[in-house]
Write a protein that binds this ligand. Structure first.
Ligand code: FAD
Length: 424
């Protein structure tokens, strides 16, 4: 644990054992998972966190398909009931098909004996619920500020914020997202390769109900997902099944063309691309676009420093795994830190950080490799290969055990799991 004398010359009055830069979903989950640990934590985020009363009426265009493992973590830290009090949308089935042929794969909750396969949740709901937990957490403090400077000295990292405050934590956590300043300023090596895809996201209303099914079609131009949302925006009564959040991954030039369309043409293009599987697109909200880049840090740790979530890796959204991997990073790092602290050791102790890196890097790389394989498998091919792909999908769809294994991986319930994710 940090010795008091080490901090006496600092500009800030109070010092913390752990400083987390980035109060997004990963940084907040890490902090909340340490609520019962004997460490003091400062969470720094450049943005203030809006309350539900300040949210626009429409759905948040950014949603995540949360796995069962993520749900377990969010239940463990007490955020889930707050999320459920807003809006979470369970889905029981997944239907994936090849737009260039007849191949299809279906997954159902009954195949894995669970109530649902996961939930579609607006990012602002998860973020707000975790923020409430952290605000009420005795060992945590939240400050709205940006990271200004980072220096490594003999005694560890010196963190300077843009409000002039300086900190010397035993452990610095970089949870500041895909453009991480912690990662860049600390000189982590990153392997980055653009997917040459841009994701267009928005909320749409369809003429047919989604019936709790998450759907994804693989097109020559990239995957298009319709993620089922529950409840009409005004009533929130959970009965309206006509809203979906869409993630349409497109090659950059096609994305530009689609972005420029007026609403009427956009609805037509989208409906046709989705083979009118949910009838017509009757309403559409504002569109946002995100260039997709896969990044992976060669290392997640340095002495006294760990990266988690998108700061350490970003992945194609086609399997909806980004924050699910980030939550597992947060839970494993919290588990290692709690274990070091319980033994009377420093929270940034080297062996604990090394175990964190070992446990998470292999799992993240495996998932990223699988997603890259998927993306490549659906790139434009000749007709013979397309036929083989379709036949492969149909055979897989008939293979109960193989499907069960894939679903349990997608639910985050495979591999070296932290206790709080297993137990809920
Ligand atoms: C189109 C799209 C669809 C997606 N769909 C899914 C899905 O279905 N399922 C899924 O699991 N994932 C999905 N993802 C990925 C998911 O959104 C990200 O993995 C997740 O948001 C990353 O969370 P994070 O907390 O690591 O980073 P972020 O959410 O980026 O949070 C970083 C935080 O750090 C703060 N910050 C940044 N820089 C500084 C600084 N210098 N000083 C102080 N604060 C700073 C920011 O304000 C922010 O609050 C999707 C992504 C995209 C683009």
């Amino acid at each position: 644990m940090a010795e008091q004398s080490k901090h006496s010359a600092d500009k800030s009055d109070q010092q913390f054992d752990i400083v987390v830069i980035g109060g997004g979903m990963a940084g907040l989950a890490f902090t909340a998972a340490l609520a019962d640990s004997a460490v003091s934590i400062l969470v720094v985020d450049r943005l203030s966190q809006p309350a539900p009363s300040e949210w626009p009426e429409s759905f948040d265009p950014r949603v995540s398909a949360l796995s069962l493992a993520s749900e377990n973590l969010l239940k463990h830290v007490g955020a889930w009931p707050l999320m459920a009090s807003q809006r979470v949308s369970p889905y029981q089935k997944m239907h994936v098909w090849d737009g260039e042929g007849t191949g299809q794969v279906d997954f159902a909750n009954t195949e894995v004996e669970t109530e649902h396969l996961g939930h579609i949740v607006e990012n602002r709901v998860t973020q707000w619920a975790l923020y409430q937990k952290v605000l009420n957490q005795e060992n945590a403090t939240f400050v709205t500020a940006s990271l200004a400077n980072l220096r490594q000295g003999i005694g560890g990292w010196q963190v300077t914020l843009d409000n002039g405050e300086q900190y010397h934590p035993d452990l610095l956590v970089g949870a500041d997202g895909a453009q991480s300043q912690v990662r860049n300023k600390a000189g982590f090596q990153v392997r980055a390769w653009p997917y040459e895809h841009t994701a267009i996201v928005t909320t749409v209303k369809t003429s047919l109900p989604h019936e709790g099914v998450a759907r994804q079609i693989f097109l020559e131009t990239g995957p298009l997902a319709f993620l089922p949302l529950q409840g009409s925006v005004n009533s929130g009564d959970g009965t309206d099944q006509h809203y979906c959040s869409i993630v349409w991954s497109l090659q950059a030039d096609t994305a530009q063309e689609i972005e420029a369309l007026g609403d009427r043409d956009f609805k037509q293009r989208l409906g046709a691309a989705f083979e009118h599987s949910l009838g017509d697109i009757v309403e559409t909200d504002l569109r946002y676009s995100f260039p997709l880049i896969q990044r992976h840090c060669t290392h997640y740790i340095q002495p006294g420093l760990a990266l988690i979530g998108d700061a350490a890796h970003t992945i194609h959204p086609l399997a909806g795994q980004g924050i699910n991997l980030g939550f597992l990073d947060a839970a494993v790092l919290a588990e290692e830190v709690a274990s070091s602290v319980a033994k009377g050791l420093n929270p940034g102790q080297r062996l604990g950080l090394r175990r964190y890196e070992r446990r998470r890097k292999s799992h993240n790389l495996l998932t990223m490799g699988a997603m890259e394989g998927f993306k490549r498998a659906f790139e434009p091919l000749n007709w013979l290969l397309t036929m083989a792909r379709n036949e492969g999908m149909n055979q897989f769809n008939r293979h109960y055990l193989a499907k069960r294994q894939v679903v349990s991986h997608a639910m985050g319930l495979a591999g070296d799991l932290p206790k709080i994710v297993k137990n809920g």
